[in-house]
Design a binder for this molecule. Structure first.
Ligand code: NA7
Length: 542
């Protein structure tokens, strides 16, 4: 036997990424008795909650449902401090999960997966890491994340900047001292909003580069006492049953009366009540008609605009720049962020806005940011809150070769397709979580959809094992059918008309397709359950 063969790590299953999905997938594979190992570029667990340690990072799903549902004792064993905990606490929780399940001994940190090549003769994957380690595995499961490929090299001249420049998704572990400094923030998506409202009190001055205004909802984030957590713990089984059946994997769901059957007063009451809730309920638990009907969308959008205008003291210039107008896009057709005193930041004397629509950023220069009008905005630090190559980005950054040496990156540069977000035709024994065309990122509370996908994948592999089979591949037909259904559902909504990372339009040249399934989480689960119950029709299992 040659040296090279001796140095190959042989596995039944390999997991890439140890965020919410990866930890659970590792746990499930271990329970099945498979020889499994997980790999992650980071030095610790957490995925999104490891990398996004920028000031103010926190989730928009209530902590009582941003949970694992497979173990009641695990749920009860963690005492969250508030309704929407910040990144440090969420990272601690993920470490708690990993330690409680003793997962870390099967995780290799600080390791980037460079390539994965399917061997048709053996039905197995040959994987190579950045330090040259070779892994041979029967099953390969991507848990790389939906929003984990940062667009960190966005502007020409970034390297020349004399001060500190950081993308929010690659924030240094030790933090960044912004106290008293002149800081620029580029981007006002969900991330930019969290950063801006958090650093505003400590920076010397701040220049916010705004291109697209955002609808945002004020977050209500009460502290949770032990009694509060006992209350939620007592509801564990009820929540566990309900959450996967709702439209977006939260514990709330749409109002049970159609818009057309409500009076104006009732509509207003429903919207006001959801607004006061201080969560994403206004978007995901009020009137679904806002996703389909332009007129209804406009009524809801105007409701939100009115709230925002009042906060900005009806300052015309600020309102124009920060609040989407009727001709921009409708509320909820873009990811809706929650915020806390965000708009008030713009009323501070030391905060300046730069309109990137009229004066786009041209380049980064040693002193700061140069805009198209020739102005150099001098700053000490630049925060790039400019987003991610969502959905397809993480897997495209690995050289993945399927049957006939086909390249996933090349394929997805032409058209982004998956079968239910769980497999890709031409890539046998490769399974995906958080991938395009499955529900994700606020159109699904991430813990809900990721756990479901891990369970589906685990059951599918279990089915193959029980039947003495070794290779599983989504047929072209099953993928075609899913893509068609996905597109039909998407085409009925207004979301496909709005430019955002949901549509891939934030990355130049990326083929346009809604990256998240919008037919509802409950519906997605029923469809995937049906496939599993019927013995995986449309999947070639050999
Ligand atoms: P987003 O939502 O993609 O937001 C990125 C922001 O950066 C957005 O305001 C962009 O404006 C702005 N941007 C990007 N490129 C530029 C340039 N060249 N000039 C000016 N402004 C620019 O990313 P986030 O990180 O906030 O959120 C991603 C998801 O993570 C979020 O939805 C949650 O689900 C978690 P644009 O809209 O393109 O005009």
């Amino acid at each position: 036997m040659t040296q090279a063969v001796e140095n190959v790590t042989e596995l039944d299953a390999m997991v890439i990424g140890v965020g919410v999905a990866g930890l659970y997938q590792l746990h499930r594979f271990r329970e099945m008795g498979l020889k499994v190992r997980a790999y992650d570029t980071a030095t610790g667990v957490g995925g999104t909650w490891y990398w996004n340690r920028y000031p103010g990072a926190r989730f928009d799903s209530q902590v009582e449902i941003y949970q694992y549902w497979f173990d009641e004792e695990l749920y009860k064993s963690w005492k969250p401090s508030e309704r929407f905990p910040g990144q440090p606490e969420t990272e601690q929780w993920m470490n708690h999960v990993a330690d409680r399940l003793d997962l870390k001994k099967d995780i290799q940190f600080s390791t980037r997966i460079e390539s994965a090549k399917y061997d048709e003769k053996t039905g197995r994957w040959d994987v190579v890491t950045d330090d040259g380690e070779k892994i041979n595995t029967q099953y390969l499961v991507s848990c790389c994340g939906m929003l984990s490929a940062p667009l960190d090299n966005r502007f020409p001249g970034q390297q020349s900047f004399k001060g500190e420049i950081h993308h929010t998704g690659l924030w240094p572990k030790g933090g960044v001292d912004l106290k008293g400094k002149r800081v620029a923030v580029i981007g006002t998506g969900a991330t930019g909003i969290q950063v801006i409202q958090t650093i505003a009190p400590e920076v010397g001055s701040m220049k916010v580069f705004v291109r697209t205004p955002q609808y945002a909802i004020p977050m209500k984030n009460p502290k949770y006492s032990d009694e509060d957590w006992s209350y939620w713990s007592s509801r564990f089984n009820e929540l566990k049953e309900r959450v996967p059946t709702t439209f977006a994997g939260f514990d709330y769901d749409f109002y049970d009366k159609a818009w057309a059957d409500c009076t104006d007063e009732e509509r207003k009451e429903v919207l006001e009540e959801r607004w006061e809730e201080g969560s994403l309920a206004l978007w995901l638990a009020s009137f679904p008609e806002m996703f389909f009907d332009e007129e209804i969308s406009e009524v809801v959008s105007e409701f939100v605009r009115g709230k925002m205008r009042a906060r900005l003291g009806n300052d015309e210039k600020l309102c124009d720049l920060l609040i989407p107008g009727p001709d921009d896009y409708g509320f909820g057709t873009h990811r809706v962020p929650l915020e806390h005193k965000y708009l008030e930041v713009y009323l501070q004397d030391n905060v300046e806005t730069i309109n990137c629509k009229s004066t786009p950023i041209e380049e980064i220069v040693p002193e700061g940011i140069k805009t198209a009008d020739g102005v150099i905005h001098e700053v000490d630090a630049i925060i790039l809150a400019v987003g991610f190559d969502a959905g397809s980005g993480a897997l495209s950054r690995i050289n993945i070769r399927g049957r006939d040496d086909r390249s996933l990156k090349d394929q997805w540069q032409q058209e982004i397709r998956t079968a239910m977000g769980l497999q890709i035709h031409g890539y046998p024994n490769l399974f995906t979580t958080g991938a395009p065309l499955a529900p994700s990122a606020a159109l699904c509370n991430m813990t809900t959809c990721l756990q479901y996908q891990v369970d589906w994948i685990t059951d599918c592999i279990g089915y193959a094992n029980n039947n003495g089979k070794k290779v599983i591949e989504a047929s072209k037909k099953v993928e075609d059918d899913w893509v068609r259904h996905h597109d039909e559902v998407a085409a009925e909504t207004l979301v496909v008309k709005t430019d955002s990372w949901y549509m891939g339009s934030n990355v130049e040249g990326k083929p346009r397709r809604l990256l998240s399934y919008i037919g509802g989480v409950g519906n997605y689960h029923s469809k995937c359950d049906e496939v599993a119950k019927s013995g995986y029709p449309g999947f070639d299992i050999a």
